[in-house]
Design a protein around this ligand. Structure first.
Ligand code: ADP
Ligand code: MG
Length: 261
């Protein structure tokens, strides 16, 4: 089964085109590193995949998730809303609601949306709580379950966000720069947690990064974006970090693409 199929996706904001006819296929169980400098279109592409952004009207493009169409030729299809529940999204920041407990935040994964209530976990059936506690155990945060999210470190909050998508039982995880604001040790732990879920559960993961080394260390495939175009798309073993640096015109040995031009 194809998990993601994109063909000829274009996106403009005003008169600025930020994605130029992107094609992309992702298969079941892959962990894909989407790399590119800031402004290359990573977030826009991720937002298109999860249905938060619509492709340009009047262009002949198509997006399908799990072999079902979500957008075609600039229109959302009837499947889009339902499929969004199967996609877990992790952002760079603001992943958890700070005034709620970690457990409540993780339970929100069962709703497929951000909760509005004041934070009681009594609304959820016991089976949901068991799922949420198991997910917290898997990401190493069981002892923090009843802490307010605001008392957790950035790395712990990000692992909490991973526990939430586990509780959601997402079939696809889209993580948009999940480690960009973390210290190196927390970044490593978040990446290895994502990789472990990908390996054990066969959940497909797309993770956007501007750090080449993390993509090489944890991903099966690297998709390199530059100015809204796919510069490279292939297995991690098929290219070296220096080749990637060369493609972007940054110095060999440079691992951070944030300012690549
Ligand atoms: P990345 O995630 O790789 O940094 P983005 O997808 O956020 O890149 O942005 C790609 C380009 O699109 C940037 O030039 C950005 O300024 C522009 N852009 C993104 N979202 C919007 C928006 N809602 N309105 C206008 N321009 C946008
Ligand atoms: Mg971004």
């Amino acid at each position: 089964m194809s998990i993601i199929a994109l063909s000829r996706i274009s996106k403009s904001f005003g008169d600025k085109t930020v994605l130029h006819g992107v094609d992309l296929e992702v298969g079941e169980g892959e962990m894909v590193g989407l790399i590119g400098a800031s402004g290359s279109g990573k977030s826009t592409l991720i937002r298109m995949i999860c249905g938060l952004e619509r492709m340009d009207r009047g262009t002949a493009g198509r997006i399908a998730l799990f072999d079902k169409e979500t957008q075609k030729d600039g229109r959302f299809s009837e499947h889009c809303e339902g499929l969004r529940r199967e996609v877990g999204v992790i952002f760079q920041q603001f992943n958890l609601i700070s005034r709620l407990s970690l457990l409540t935040n993780v339970l929100a994964g069962r709703l497929g949306r951000i909760p509005r209530w004041r934070g009681t976990t009594g609304l959820f059936p016991q089976s949901d709580k068991v799922k949420a506690l198991r997910a917290l155990e898997r990401v190493g945060l069981i002892d923090q379950a009843h802490q307010r999210a605001s008392t957790l470190s950035g790395g712990q909050q990000q692992r909490g966000a991973i526990a939430r998508v586990l509780t959601q039982e997402a079939r696809l995880i889209l993580a948009d720069e999940p480690i960009a604001s973390l210290d190196p040790a927390s970044a490593k732990l978040v990446m290895s947690t994502l990789r472990q879920i990908n390996r054990l559960d066969k959940t497909t993961v797309i993770v956007s990064l501007h750090q080449i080394d993390h993509a090489f260390e944890h991903c099966d495939r690297i998709i390199a974006l530059k100015d809204g175009r796919v510069l490279h798309n292939g297995p991690t073993g098929g290219i070296s970090p220096d080749d990637i640096a060369d493609l972007y015109g940054v110095e060999a040995g440079s691992l951070d693409l944030v300012k690549a031009r």
